[in-house]
Design a protein around this ligand. Structure first.
Ligand code: CMC
Length: 425
């Protein structure tokens, strides 16, 4: 017998079919209540599925993250970011010749229109690079207006390739402008990650040659950040796309959502927190403040993971490799002590709060001498692949509708307008 959910409201009783571990929220409408047809209330979509997706699988209790069925740690060990991008976009790991064609396709689109560079440079030098990036991404729609033809598969593919290819250029230019340096143009000799690092760090006199261990660590970070199913920024991308929007308009919204300190901005917040703690001796006092609600332990906790974030495990390894190149970061000592105490404190154990991806990524970025404002930009570049895959899945999904949640209204009703001279002072 098929599983059902029985609901009783007054004299009404209904059996709702349970399929794929869920009930259809629209089936609830058949049940009348004194306040109108039954609806579900779920601020923050804590237990609401908004789509079918075959891109990324997460089991938060078990600490599992898979892209198209492949565990993320295996991908981080054995592949490159563009290989993973191919997997996320098209569903399969590429063969050698497919990868070569895909890399060539991306590489030929890395240059960005000069006017976009000027848009980024028209901001004040101290504007946050994420805000500049958001504007840069949104402005791309004006350079490729045919991206609005989202019903055209060729147009969709061309713009996905463009955005994945140009994102490192936009991100690097946002950064160079912040530090008052000239733009560096893409270099065809370099791969995706090397080229990004060169556009960030190249000086006029010397050719920038990153240590291969640093390039590999960045590659791993890129893979780990590539997608994370229906997180806040991906939901923003899908919501904006659901109104029939092009990739650039939708991804611009994604960059904005990622900027928030509860989402991608957490890596920047972790660094600021570690600096504020200042010394390993102050860790106990800081954690007392967290338990008393005076502060949050940034880089801890996750909506989905109620176990160690599988990405944090891999990043911890990369952290050690990067420190072999850069030397030990004194903030690491504080981070390790925070983690050690927090994992044993009742407050954190009871709430199942574990380190997330941002707890260690900020330390790597700090060791590579990125200013904290750049950390979320370094998250946005690889996450663009996920946004593109999810955007594509959303706009081609016949089941999708414009996203328009309901509300439970709690305000006044049907009041009579009061003219100004009759209102109480
Ligand atoms: N420090 C202290 N207490 C916390 C923390 C934290 N980092 N995270 C959650 N809690 C407490 C929270 O106060 C609540 O306690 P109580 O039950 O007594 O009210 C309980 O744990 C449950 O938390 P919640 O706020 O209901 O959980 P949520 O699923 O709504 O929030 C979160 C998830 C990630 C926004 C939250 O854990 C948080 O703010 N963490 C710090 C920011 C952070 O590191 N964000 C990066 C997430 S990973 C990167 C990404 O994918 O974006």
């Amino acid at each position: 017998m098929a599983d059902t959910l029985s609901i009783t409201s007054g004299s009404e009783r209904a059996e709702l079919p349970i399929t794929e571990g869920s009930v259809r929220a629209t089936d609830l409408r058949a049940i009348p209540t004194p306040d109108g047809p039954l609806t579900s209330f779920d601020p923050g979509f804590v237990n609401t599925a908004s789509c079918h997706s075959s891109i990324t699988y997460i089991d938060g209790d078990a600490g599992i993250l898979e892209y198209r069925g492949y565990p993320v740690d295996q991908l981080a060990d054995g592949s490159t970011h563009l290989e993973v991008a191919h997997l996320l976009m098209f569903g399969e790991l590429p063969t050698a010749s497919e990868l070569e064609a895909w890399e060539n396709e991306i590489n030929t689109h890395r240059f960005v229109h000069e006017n976009v560079g000027q848009i980024i440079e028209s901001f004040r030098y101290d504007a946050h690079p994420m805000a500049k990036l958001m504007s840069g991404v949104a402005s791309m729609q004006t350079f490729y207006p045919s991206a609005r033809r989202i019903e055209d598969p060729e147009s969709r593919r061309r713009n996905v390739v463009r955005l994945i290819a140009k994102m490192p250029t936009l991100a690097a230019w946002s950064y160079r402008h912040s530090i008052g340096r000239h733009r560096v143009y893409p270099n065809d000799e370099l791969n995706y990650v090397e080229n990004f690092l060169a556009m960030l760090f190249q000086s006029q006199q010397r050719v920038y040659r990153p240590d291969p261990r640093v390039t590999r660590a960045m590659e791993v970070l890129f893979i780990l950040h590539a997608d994370h199913e229906q997180n806040c920024s991906t939901n923003a991308v899908r919501a904006v796309a659901s109104a029939g929007n092009d990739l650039y308009t939708s991804a611009g919204a994604g960059v904005g959502a990622l900027f928030g300190p509860l989402h991608g901005g957490a890596n920047e917040a972790v660094l600021r927190m570690l600096r504020e703690i200042g010394h390993v001796d102050n860790v106990g006092e800081f954690l007392e403040g967290v338990k008393n609600g005076r502060a949050k332990l940034m880089g801890f906790g996750h909506r989905v993971y109620k176990n160690y974030d599988p990405r944090a495990k891999v990043i911890k390894r990369s952290t050690e490799e990067v420190f072999e190149v850069t030397g030990i970061n004194p903030l690491l000592e504080i981070a390790v002590e925070l983690e050690r105490i927090a994992l044993n404190e009742e407050y954190f154990v009871k709430r199942r709060l574990y380190p997330n991806v941002d707890f260690y990524s900020g330390l790597i970025y700090e060791a590579l001498r990125f200013p904290p404002e750049m950390f979320t930009v370094l998250f946005a570049v690889p996450r663009t692949v996920g946004w593109c895959a999810q955007w594509l899945e959303g706009v081609t999904d016949p089941e999708q509708k414009i996203m328009r949640p309901k509300q439970i209204y709690t305000g006044h009703r049907a009041r009579t307008f009061v003219p100004m001279d009759e209102r109480d002072a």
